[in-house]
Design a protein around this ligand. Structure first.
Ligand SMILES: *[C@@H]1O[C@H](CO)[C@@H](O)[C@H](O)[C@H]1NC(C)=O
Ligand SMILES: *[C@@H]1O[C@H](CO)[C@@H](O)[C@H](O)[C@H]1NC(C)=O
Ligand SMILES: *[C@@H]1O[C@H](CO)[C@@H](O)[C@H](O)[C@H]1NC(C)=O
Length: 465
């Protein structure tokens, strides 16, 4: 009710100001009314988490919608930004709606076929199964590549803790595939500065997490001669060209724009407000003179989860104004928490995901105890009605990690018909993840400090064209 009163008051004041100011009121009264209006807007934002918008009463689920063009819609939508993701439905985020809202393009059959034709490889199962589902300008990247013009990959990781979970591997598994099939260089940005600004961590901790996470990234099998991993805290100071691009972006984005894109408020520290320029800079090849010899026109392709898109909408908006190329993007869906596609994985809740450090026994227990089931309550009912693979987390995880299409299809059929029980489905997932995680741990053990040092040293890389 309070919210509603607030909303009505703000609406009234706005109408009052816009229709009456010039003619009827002395300056002092107008100033007082403006002050009151601004204060009400701030209160409104604090109470609802939303910016006040004329004509849009607060939605019940109080979602901040700062997601681009269609954010003016009033209906309660999925919340997707770089810091929060929450879906309004148990099936998770509505990705088709998100494509429309963000103004990106769907990865359709035609694009899949082109990727296969140009790379000469069968598309990765993340592409075939719609895990990477949306893109910006991927056709342009392929056009250039067909004309023997190379591109490079840029992806990143926010090192907020030592523990990475299986979901964190998704962009890296996919990026490694792209690097292998196209034979191109990769830069990996470790945003330790961002984690310092956003979390209650010291600089030393953030930098240490960068090194620890880099080991997990290296364990994904990246080619050291084609991959540069960098810590913002180190590289910002070491590379004059990188910092020059940061400053160019900073000059061309206003406080109002980042407030609109990211939902920053007046009480956010100034480090947060300028950070988006630092995540933008690796999209430009001139930020890496040691790799590209000062070339400004090597196109960049960014594989990332779609929550990172706001950064790159901003980057693509700025790029032509500073004489640089817009980066292309491939967007992935989110990796669901064990408790279901609607909830978020959290590093502070070990039960919400499978971590790369989990033992076979922990993996088994977590899946058996916590993986949300789309099955029926009793065996009799399950046999009769079958299970729902759309919400079953074990099945969803298998779409990420079970490469065999036929086997996956058979599991889907059997689970839907009721022939396969939840316990049996969970067993298949456990037997898929246990060896996968064990192999990762084995490869990570082989990663020495010298190797990390090598990957993180600015140097020339090998690439095809
Ligand atoms: C979004 O995330 C930030 C940072 O983690 C947090 O402070 C904020 O309260 C969240 N907003 C919503 C609407 O959940
Ligand atoms: C990287 O390049 C060096 C020097 O050319 C070579 O000795 C090494 O085998 C290469 N490593 C890989 C993984 O290809
Ligand atoms: C995780 O699950 C285990 C077993 O169900 C439980 O004992 C533990 O309290 C849970 N931990 C958290 C943080 O919820």
């Amino acid at each position: 009710f309070l919210l509603f009163v607030e909303f009505v008051t703000v609406s009234f004041l706005l109408g009052y100001l816009s229709s009456n100011t010039i003619v009827l009121f002395p300056q002092a009264e107008i100033d007082a009314a403006v002050q009151l209006l601004l204060k009400l807007k701030v209160d409104y934002k604090q109470m609802t988490g939303q910016d006040y918008k004329a004509g849009c009463p607060p939605s019940e689920n109080l979602i901040v919608s700062n997601n681009g063009p269609a954010a003016d819609d009033c209906d309660g939508e999925d919340l997707v930004d770089p810091w929060n993701v929450s879906a309004s439905s148990t099936k998770g985020v509505d990705y088709d709606k998100l494509i429309v809202r963000f103004g990106s393009s769907k990865i359709d059959k035609e694009l899949l076929e082109r990727i296969e034709k140009v790379s000469g490889q069968r598309a990765h199962h993340f592409l075939r199964r719609g895990i990477f589902f949306s893109h910006r300008d991927m056709h342009q990247i392929l056009d250039a590549y067909e004309k023997h013009k190379s591109f490079y990959l840029y992806t990143g990781r926010g090192p907020s803790s030592e523990a990475m979970h299986v979901g964190h591997l998704i962009p890296f598994i996919f990026t490694k595939w792209l690097q292998d099939v196209f034979d191109i260089p990769l830069v990996v940005q470790m945003t330790d500065d961002e984690k310092y600004l956003w979390k209650d961590l010291t600089l030393e901790e953030c930098h240490r997490f960068t090194v620890e996470n880099a080991k997990d990234i290296i364990a994904c099998g990246f080619d050291v001669n084609k991959t540069f991993i960098f810590s913002d805290l180190d590289y910002m100071g070491a590379s004059p060209q990188f910092y020059r691009n940061v400053v160019k972006v900073q000059k061309h984005v206003t406080f109002n724009q980042v407030k609109g894109i990211f939902g920053f408020t007046d009480s956010d520290c100034i480090g947060k407000i300028s950070f988006p320029a630092i995540q933008a800079a690796p999209s430009f090849s001139s930020s890496f003179p040691q790799i590209f010899g000062g070339k400004k026109d090597v196109p960049c392709l960014i594989p990332c989860a779609i929550d990172q898109d706001p950064y790159f909408r901003m980057t693509r908006d700025v790029a032509p104004r500073i004489g640089l190329l817009k980066p292309a993007l491939l967007h992935s869906t989110f990796f669901p928490a064990l408790q279901g596609a609607q909830t978020k994985m959290s590093a502070s809740d070990p039960n919400s995901s499978i971590f790369l450090t989990d033992t076979p026994k922990q993996i088994k227990n977590k899946i058996n105890k916590h993986a949300f089931s789309g099955g029926k309550d009793t065996v009799e009912e399950h046999r009769k009605y079958g299970g729902n693979t759309e919400v079953d987390v074990s099945f969803l995880y298998l779409t990420f990690f079970l490469e065999d299409d036929e086997k996956l299809e058979k599991i889907k059929e059997d689970y839907t018909s009721g022939a396969l029980l939840t316990g049996e489905l969970k067993k298949i997932l456990i037997e898929t993840l246990q060896p996968m995680i064990a192999q990762h741990q084995e490869r990570r053990k082989q990663v020495t400090d010298e190797m990390v040092q090598q990957f993180m040293t600015p140097r020339p890389l090998n690439y095809k064209f």
